[in-house]
Design a binder for this molecule. Structure first.
Ligand SMILES: Nc1ncnc2c1ncn2[C@@H]1O[C@H](COP(=O)(O)OP(=O)(O)OP(=O)(O)O)[C@@H](O)[C@H]1O
Ligand SMILES: N[C@@H](CCO)C(=O)O
Length: 355
């Protein structure tokens, strides 16, 4: 193996993402143009007074995110990748600056971007040359629904599913995520098992270039774990069929140019997760039902982004009017403020560039 402490500099960029897109709960994800960026440098160790590890952070979460390797989601993930490959510690001296424009806990895949960036960091620090398919396996050991991580890693509009695992592989994935991390990142526990191969399968879907994503972001957080806890364990067959019908149509409809607003708007309806999450997001049903293509030229569809509370509106034009109307409904019914961003769908996914 080459010298892992050899001085080098690189930048990792992982995009934010929106998941579900209405009916595609835990299936569909789209990577969008806000990037978590890591500027990484392994310094020349012969310089005096150089710290072994230095992490700085700017942007969203700057006041809350821990900067200790074993506690920060990005470095914890990188340590997990390294330990699973028999590399017990980070190279040194190591300097990392994180810049994060992705709001935390809002449904824009901040944790997915952090996990994907962490896996890419582990891959680069350990010179593992894993390739994206293998990196996806590592991501899925940490964030166990594939929609955000597949989109953030691969880029574009992505559909994914998890392979049914055999008994031995199931045992590996059944290790609680907290245990995987806590036992290995301090270097004292046994190395965690490597993930089974090919846990996640994905396909890139066509995307009509004229469609942009408007993210209407409430100024409060909803943790994904909490938004999953309100979902039922069982569904009625008619609700499953309702979603499957729309999901199948939506995967093709969003790639057609010019987009058909009536087809897309109806194909973005959902009965699996949004109705249950309204208890966490006051005004959600009002926003989803009051903003329609009939009232707002350019609008194609509207849904909860990921686990919320952000609203995703897909549109070809009239972005500001659509966003302002959604914000006004939230203010009137829910009594809270939002901000909005008009984002592009980005094709490149997560990148690591040597500088
Ligand atoms: N850049 C980051 N650095 C460290 N930790 C992060 C970073 N981004 C996210 N996290 C962690 O992930 C948590 C948010 O994850 P959560 O899954 O609840 O929301 P989300 O990923 O933003 O939303 P969704 O999964 O619905 O798209 C944060 O509270 C923080 O603990
Ligand atoms: N599919 C996930 C996305 C959020 O991470 C959910 O809706 O819970």
């Amino acid at each position: 193996m080459s010298d892992l402490n050899a001085p080098r500099k690189f930048r990792i960029k992982a995009p934010c993402s929106t998941a579900n897109i209405g009916p595609g709960f835990d299936v569909l994800g789209i990577s969008l143009s806000l990037y978590l960026t890591l500027d990484v440098e392994i310094l020349d160790g012969s310089q005096p007074n150089t710290k072994d590890f230095e992490m700085t952070y700017s942007g969203e979460g700057a006041n809350d995110v821990p900067l200790i390797p074993e506690k920060n989601l990005i470095t914890k993930t990188a340590l997990y990748v390294l330990h699973a490959n028999s590399i017990k510690s980070l190279p040194k001296p190591l300097k990392i600056h994180v810049h994060n424009p992705i709001p935390l806990g809002r449904g824009l895949g901040s944790s997915g971007a952090a996990v994907v960036a962490g896996v890419a960091l582990g891959d680069a620090l350990g010179q593992l040359n894993m390739g994206k398919d293998r990196m996806l396996d590592y991501c899925l050991m940490i964030e166990r629904h594939p929609d955000n991580v597949a989109a953030a890693l691969m880029g574009g509009f992505v559909a994914s599913y998890l392979r049914e695992l055999d008994a031995a592989d199931l045992e590996i994935t059944s290790i609680p995520v907290s245990e995987t991390f806590d036992n290995v990142t301090n270097g004292t526990g046994p190395a965690p098992p490597q993930p089974p191969r090919g846990i996640g399968h994905f396909v890139r879907l066509g995307w009509a270039k004229e469609i942009k994503a408007i993210a209407i972001v409430p100024k409060f957080e909803v943790a994904t774990a909490k938004a999953r806890a309100v979902l039922p364990n069982n569904y009625e067959r008619k609700d499953i069929v309702f979603n499957l019908q729309r999901l199948a149509v939506l995967t093709t409809a969003l790639g057609r140019s010019p987009p058909d607003a009536d087809l897309i708007y109806n194909a973005m309806q959902d009965k699996i997760h949004q109705p249950y999450r309204k208890t966490l997001i006051p005004g959600l049903p009002d926003v989803l039902t009051s903003i329609t293509p009939q009232k707002y030229d350019g609008l194609l569809g509207i849904c909860l982004s990921g686990a919320g509370p952000t609203i995703l509106a897909l549109a070809t034009h009239n972005f500001d009017t659509i966003a302002e109307e959604a914000m006004a409904v939230f203010k009137k019914v829910g009594g809270f403020d939002c901000f909005y961003e008009v984002l592009d769908v980005v094709e490149d996914g997560t990148t690591c560039t040597y500088l």
